[in-house]
Design a protein around this ligand. Sequence first.
Ligand SMILES: C[S@@+](CC[C@H](N)C(=O)[O-])C[C@H]1O[C@@H](n2cnc3c(N)ncnc32)[C@H](O)[C@@H]1O
Length: 217
Amino acid sequence: MSTFDLIDHEIEAYCEEHSTPESELLYRLNRQTHLETINPRMLSGQLQGLFLTMVARMMRPRFVVEVGTFTGYSALCLADGLAPDGMLHTIERNIEYEDRIRDYIAQSPLHDRIELHIGDARDVIPTLDITWDLCFIDAEKEDYEEYYDLLLPRTRTGGFLLVDNALWNGKVAGEVATNDHDTHAILAFNDKVQRDPRVRNLLLPFRDGIMMIEKTM
Ligand SMILES: C[S@@+](CC[C@H](N)C(=O)[O-])C[C@H]1O[C@@H](n2cnc3c(N)ncnc32)[C@H](O)[C@@H]1O
């Protein structure tokens, strides 16, 4: 089975073979991330990256924010769908990734449409006087509710939030140890969204689960 046991390896490989290949830039970033970082599995990869690009291209958003840049893979994918005058703001708190992120942004034809903020998203988001069309949350699981509470009021009605790891390796469906704080955080987050009358939501069983949230009021 695949990394997260949601889809058989062979089926996943078939999907990859029948989806548009990574650009040369994304391929190099993916490869370098695997060679040089401790936890390369955090990177979105071909299928999820394409999913983000597709969503962005369907929406053509002007303002996109990403919480959790890592090495910049998903940022490059999201930027690929921006409106002609659109901007992607991506926030990463680990300063060790900064040079690599800036290097890859600089190599992208979309380099002037991506702004990197180094810092904790909980501090950075309130400083950005922007109403978001699309938000991608992919950072510390225990802080998901905080990112959501900060971003939903700053998202336009009809805008979307995509939240990664909503199935957390399938752990959301089983017995959860008391000290498994990440799983408890994801469970609390998913329940909070499910109860929120301001949104329409779909927990998509794709990769590690993506909670798709439309702000309806
Ligand atoms: C799963 S990785 C992001 C992967 C990336 N979105 C991709 O698809 O390639 C999570 C990242 O979030 C960062 N992070 C965690 N908490 C954060 C916070 N409060 N503010 C900003 N970045 C944070 C981590 O340092 C890590 O690089």
